[in-house]
Design a protein around this ligand. Structure first.
Ligand code: SF4
Length: 340
């Protein structure tokens, strides 16, 4: 399917029925906002954005917790998505939802771009982002060797925005990155178990986000567009044990919403046997500040307290943590496996 093959990206029957306000071109408006937020848009539905930790790594030698845990070098990491649309509307999401802008529906006219094109353009976009750091090298603030390494990224975090499993050529996209020597992290909301189960090409590490211990809390917090979403998330959880690559269940903990019952999470995760559980605090950033209060962000100690109970219930160990990212890593392993 080529770049110009135009058909609508429709993630829900609701978006199929609704249209944007009269006279407003939905896609143009939404993309303008994303550009203002410094997204590098690629083709019709993909994007790259500079990760805060890429900047921190280049300017202050401070990598993200995934470098510390798994050896993924922040300065060589592309934060990207092959699909800007999402089938959830999570309250805690830092990204802009169409509804935040008074727009309805995700029905931009997209043609699905080829994986090769997306991968190639994501690397070019990353190099455009990095061009701004050349002056740091000239001023002696950044080692040239590190800058040159950064220009040759080795890792793709397929997690920036939207839901990657809505992109119909995800398999080939992962394969295309792998062929170029990249490691990949795929982060999914679990709403498309069929896509997960059908992946011929596994990512280096698979992340499944679990946002609530039961359906009621899930619906209140994630506002999925699909009525069957919870059942699908449960199905995705079940499929984790079929993966050869390490799997991570990521819990985004929102105070007052979803972190009062670690035992219930333990029961939910029982059969999934993830290699890791990342218990991570919701961060009061981006557009989420319009939907939640500051008090919804738990402290690192609160995340730790939650993680300790969960670890005890699951028979997992706490194997790493990062206070600045307010994340605690649980596993049956003694220490996280380095991927590079
Ligand atoms: S793994 Fe995620 S947080 Fe770390 S550098 Fe890459 S995009 Fe940023």
């Amino acid at each position: 399917m080529g770049r110009d093959s135009g058909y609508k990206l429709l993630c829900s029957s609701r978006s199929r029925r609704r249209k944007g306000p009269p006279g407003l071109d939905w896609e143009i408006s939404f993309h303008q906002i994303l550009r203002r937020q410094k997204y590098q848009l690629i083709g019709g539905h993909s994007a790259v954005k500079k990760c805060r930790w890429l900047h921190e790594s280049l300017t202050r030698n401070r990598p993200c917790y995934k470098e510390k845990f798994y050896g993924i070098e922040s300065h060589r990491c592309i934060q990207m998505t092959p699909c800007l649309a999402c089938d959830f509307r999570c309250l805690f999401c830092w990204r802009t939802h169409p509804e935040d802008l008074g727009l309805t529906g995700d029905d931009g006219m997209y043609g699905w771009d080829d994986p090769e094109f997306i991968v190639e353009e994501s690397i070019r976009a990353q190099r455009r982002i990095l061009s701004g750091y050349k002056s740091h090298v000239l001023k002696g603030l950044l080692e040239e060797s590190k800058y040159l390494e950064a220009l040759n990224p080795r890792h793709a975090a397929i997690s920036l925005d939207g839901e990657p499993t809505l992109y119909p050529m995800l398999d080939d996209l992962i394969g295309e990155y792998s062929r170029r020597g990249f490691t990949t992290f795929l982060v999914t909301n679990g709403g498309n178990p069929k896509v997960l189960n059908g992946l011929g090409e596994e990512p280096t590490q698979l992340y499944l986000s679990i946002y609530a211990p039961d359906e009621d809390k899930f619906k209140a917090l994630c506002r999925p567009l699909n009525r069957e979403a919870w059942r699908k998330v449960e199905e995705s959880l079940e499929s984790l044990k079929n993966f050869k690559s390490p799997t991570v269940v990521r819990l985004t903990l929102v105070k007052g919403f979803n972190m009062d019952d670690p035992k219930r999470y333990a029961r939910l995760l029982e059969g999934a046997e993830p290699t890791y559980v990342e218990a991570k605090a919701y961060m009061y950033v981006g557009y989420s500040r319009r939907r939640l209060g500051y008090g919804a962000m738990p402290s690192h100690d609160e995340v730790k307290g939650f993680a300790e109970t969960l670890a005890g219930e699951m028979g997992y160990n706490i194997v790493a943590s990062s206070e600045e990212s307010r994340v605690v890593l649980l596993s049956r392993l003694k220490a996280p496996r380095r991927l590079r």
